[in-house]
Design a binder for this molecule. Structure first.
Ligand code: ADP
Ligand code: MG
Length: 617
């Protein structure tokens, strides 16, 4: 807990100016607040006709008040006295409220600044995490953390900590006033503190536990909704709406229960402090009027008791706030813990600052590369091959053979478990990631489109691209024609809530994207699967254009693409079992020949069309 607090404070450090402003203003406010109460003493004295006649044993405060305000009230009728003191007290209250307002402005500035910086930091961090992290974490949970849990951090630093400091100060000034009126009576009021602290401690522990569980349930709720709504087509076509309703209702119910349970404990803190305040008032009245109890020589003057009571009542608000602090703290900390646990996920994408610029002039080498997923499944065994610039290398093999995994290692989406990959003789980890990735364009089976214009989707990752560049890439990708037919052309919004396009069209957008990058190495991972023959021909043309003068690693279902490759690697269960040119491999027989024959049969019987990739949901 301590380390989380200090981490949070470290994040808040840039806002210490605002924090100081907030605290200063609230100190001023509470000091003025205390003053206005004390100012009632001279007024009451005047009204009771005891001005000037200080009783024996009067406190220094009484003396000071009498010296300062006696001239103001001299010879005033009761009405005039009330009016004059009302002006003074009114001025004090005005200043106090100004200071309060300024304090809350400083506070808001600080808390929102802190939340924004925590959010940015978390997002930056997430962008650099290992892919495996995203496989095991549901997106909805991450969104909740980014939006919701970060927001709770402000509750900790400002709503809780600033208010804690402020109320401790308020408590301090009030106790000071009380002590200057009667020290012993003040001591008496403090006897209630230890039992109060004890009970609050127990409560806090429970609140914290429930808050943690509540944050979990909230994340589950968001994750479930995100996932199911994104898959709305599947939910509909499966007729699973009722089942989904029940599932969601269950999550809602668990969250509801958790919130209610948390509130049960945190709502206890407030009535407890009310009770304590009432006990205090009774104690003060009783002890103030019975001097014997405290060993005082005489009962306190009536105006003193009145002011003492007023000040004692003023203790309730800080005591309440301070007693709520542990509950607020515990609730906020549960969220902050979540954010910090995400921030503690190890970053795999950290770039070595001394990273060299990647080049590809000589060769690309996979040197006895093995790979194992964190599930323990060994997917690649001892894979070695070499590619020189300008060559086309095809990877073929049955589904699940490890082809995608193999090419994922090149842009360092994953790291080999054993062996190394070298570019021009330099192991990939010694290169800067950005320079490495600039060398390659990737077209994969799942085309990702963002909720942005076609232009932005094609120019993704190439921020300086002009419209002419984008059009040229689209033309080469056989995409220009259909884009130009769209009502807003290249400004048409695609993606989640945008225009829906067919699988073949998506694929051509992705190819245009890769073309625009103009990268020397091209990775095509089943870029033509799931297309109808018409789209496939267009995509195939685009790919051939894309492959010209480039080094290509191509994974293809359709062996037509593969036939022209300079070298074909046949992968089976993570091992390269055959390699050579198309003619060599056909002659050799084995897996390649079997795959080819299966493929050939499909190709001459177009009566069974490949599933059209339209309208992916
Ligand atoms: N994220 C992952 N975590 C664990 N296992 C995976 C993951 N992705 C793929 N695999 C497994 O790795 C093997 C190879 O997958 P993949 O490289 O996608 O094959 P291919 O592209 O040749 O069809 C498969 O058995 C698959 O189940
Ligand atoms: Mg694959």
């Amino acid at each position: 807990m301590r380390s989380e607090t200090s981490r949070l404070l470290a994040l808040a450090r840039p806002y210490r100016g605002l924090l100081l402003g907030a605290l200063t203003c609230s100190f001023i406010a509470s000091a003025l607040d205390g003053m206005t109460i004390v100012l009632i003493v001279p007024l009451l004295k005047h009204l009771f006709g005891t001005t000037g006649a200080l009783r024996a044993g009067a406190t220094p405060l009484e003396r000071w008040l009498s010296d300062t305000f006696a001239p103001l009230l001299a010879n005033a009728t009761p009405g005039e006295a009330v009016a004059r003191m009302a002006v003074v007290i009114g001025l004090g209250l005005l200043l106090k409220n100004l200071a309060d307002y300024a304090s809350s402005q400083f506070n808001t500035g600080m808390q929102e600044g802190l939340v924004a910086s925590l959010r940015r930091r978390l997002y930056d961090h997430l962008l650099r995490l290992d892919l495996a992290f995203f496989h095991r974490t549901r997106t909805g949970l991450l969104v909740t953390a980014l939006v919701n849990e970060t927001d709770q951090a402000k509750g900790i630093v400002t709503a809780s900590m600033v208010s804690l400091i402020r109320n401790i100060f308020l408590l301090g000034t009030t106790l000071f006033i009380l002590a200057s009126i009667s020290f012993r009576l003040t001591l008496l009021t403090l006897v209630v503190v230890p039992p109060l602290v004890l009970v609050l401690r127990t409560l806090t522990r429970r609140i914290r536990r429930h808050s943690r569980a509540r944050a979990d349930e909230r994340g589950e709720l968001a994750a479930l909704a995100t996932e199911r709504l994104a898959g709305i087509r599947l939910v509909r076509t499966s007729g699973a709406a009722a089942q989904e309703e029940a599932l969601f209702a269950g999550a809602v119910e668990r969250y509801r229960k958790r919130v209610v349970r948390t509130a049960r404990f945190s709502a206890l803190t407030s009535p407890m402090s009310e009770t304590v305040a009432t006990i205090l008032v009774m104690l003060v009245v009783y002890a103030g009027t019975n001097p014997g109890i405290l060993g005082l020589s005489a009962p306190l003057a009536p105006e003193v008791i009145i002011v003492f009571l007023l000040a004692t009542l003023r203790l309730t608000s800080p005591i309440k706030a301070i007693s709520q602090f542990p509950a607020n703290w515990a609730q906020g900390m549960a969220s902050v813990e979540k954010v910090f646990s995400l921030l503690d996920e190890p970053v795999l994408e950290a770039d070595d600052p001394g990273g060299r610029q990647a080049t590809f002039a000589r060769d690309l080498v996979y040197d006895r590369v093995s790979f194992e997923y964190d599930t323990g499944a060994r997917v690649l065994h001892d894979v070695s091959f070499r590619v020189t610039p300008g060559r086309v290398v095809a990877l073929v093999g049955p589904s699940g053979a490890g082809k995608s995994t193999l090419v994922d290692l090149l842009p360092r989406l994953r790291e080999p478990t054993e062996g190394r990959i070298l570019l021009d003789g330099v192991p990939l980890p010694e290169l800067s990631r950005s320079s490495l990735r600039r060398l390659m364009g990737v077209v994969s089976q799942d085309t990702v489109l963002f909720h942005e214009s076609i232009h932005a989707n094609i120019a993704y990752g190439v921020p300086g691209a002009t419209r002419a560049d984008v059009e040229r890439a689209a033309e080469a990708a056989n995409a220009h024609e259909f884009v130009a037919r769209m009502p807003q052309g290249y400004d048409t919004i695609l993606g989640e809530r945008g225009m829906r396009i067919s699988g073949g069209q998506r694929q051509r957008i992705a190819i245009a994207r890769a073309l625009l990058r103009n990268a020397p190495i091209l990775i095509l991972d089943e870029a033509t699967s799931a297309l109808d023959t018409q789209s496939e021909r267009l995509v195939q043309e685009a790919i051939e254009r894309l492959m010209a003068n480039r080094t290509v690693l191509v994974i293809a279902h359709r062996l037509a693409t593969v036939r022209q490759a300079d070298e074909i690697l046949v992968l089976d269960e993570g091992r390269i079992i055959q390699r050579g040119s198309h003619t060599e491999l056909l002659a050799a027989g084995g897996l390649y020949r079997r795959l080819y024959e299966l493929q050939f049969r499909d190709d001459v019987e177009p009566a069974m069309p490949v599933a059209s990739g339209d309208m992916r949901a």
